[in-house]
Write a protein that binds this ligand. Structure first.
Ligand code: FPP
Length: 237
């Protein structure tokens, strides 16, 4: 947890955008940009460890990213598998608890098994909680909750009259974690792209033109400093 003035920072989420443009500006392939993006991911994790942030949630692949050319999708999945396989020891040794959010059922079996193995290996770690959103969509997350609620009603474990916001919050992804305090989006776009819709009702947003491969400690710190200048009322005065 990072604390300054009256604000507490437990949970940062990041929409990592701009890998493709970063590469194109250098006349390189988009996947070259994604590879550089991995280095920025590692920097963000290290920064979070050094600053004792509790939770870091990264948007790596949205449920809409399947619309990209097949070659880019395959290269991205290969990159995820290589990165996770080569960094799992680092993740474990640094007491990081890894969780992947998203629809794993649509993923290649080898990839899914690697994710499940990594989550299981690190589940008792007590340091940084690292969430990676893969094949994730905020609307998918909400639909998943609705289906669960219908099921709980059908088997008689939930009374429809008792459904409230807490019911949804308790079933949505990241339910066991503190709320997202700060959402950073790189790449100069001002949109959410179907990320964590329910979870960010009172989140502070920070948008930067920096392209994701250029994201470093300095940019992370500027975003956090901006967060600590915000007055958070949560609807009150
Ligand atoms: C958005 O940039 C980035 C992605 C869709 C992929 C994010 C992946 C990484 C940062 C690398 C690996 C991550 C992990 C967790 C190992 P874009 O391609 O949409 O960029 P553009 O808007 O410039 O085209």
């Amino acid at each position: 947890m990072i604390k300054k003035n009256k604000n507490i920072l437990n949970h940062v989420a990041i929409i990592m955008d701009g890998n493709g443009r970063w590469a194109q500006r250098r006349n390189k392939s988009r996947i070259y940009g994604h590879k550089k993006g991995v280095k920025a991911v590692l920097k963000a994790i290290n920064f979070s460890l050094c600053n004792k942030l509790n939770v870091l949630t990264l948007y790596a692949f949205s449920s809409e990213n399947w619309r990209r050319p097949i070659q880019e999708i395959l290269s991205l999945i290969k990159l995820f598998i290589c990165t996770l396989s080569s960094k799992i020891e680092f993740i474990y040794n640094n007491n990081i608890c890894l969780k992947v959010i998203g629809n794993l059922n649509q993923l290649d079996l080898k990839f899914k098994n690697l994710i499940l193995y990594s989550e299981n290996l690190t589940k008792s770690n007590t340091g940084l909680q690292l969430n990676i959103a893969i094949n994730y969509g905020g609307r998918w997350d909400i639909v998943k909750v609705i289906k669960r609620i219908v099921y709980l009603i059908q088997i008689g474990l939930l009374n429809p009259n008792e459904i409230n916001e807490n019911t949804v919050s308790s079933l949505i992804s990241l339910n066991h974690l503190p709320p997202v305090d700060l959402l950073i989006r790189t790449g100069g776009e001002y949109r959410l792209s179907n990320f964590l819709l329910w979870q960010i009702a009172y989140t502070e947003f920070y948008f930067t033109n920096i392209l994701w491969p250029d994201f470093d400690d300095k940019v992370f710190k500027i975003a956090i400093d901006a967060y600590f200048c915000r007055k958070r009322n949560f609807g009150g005065l």
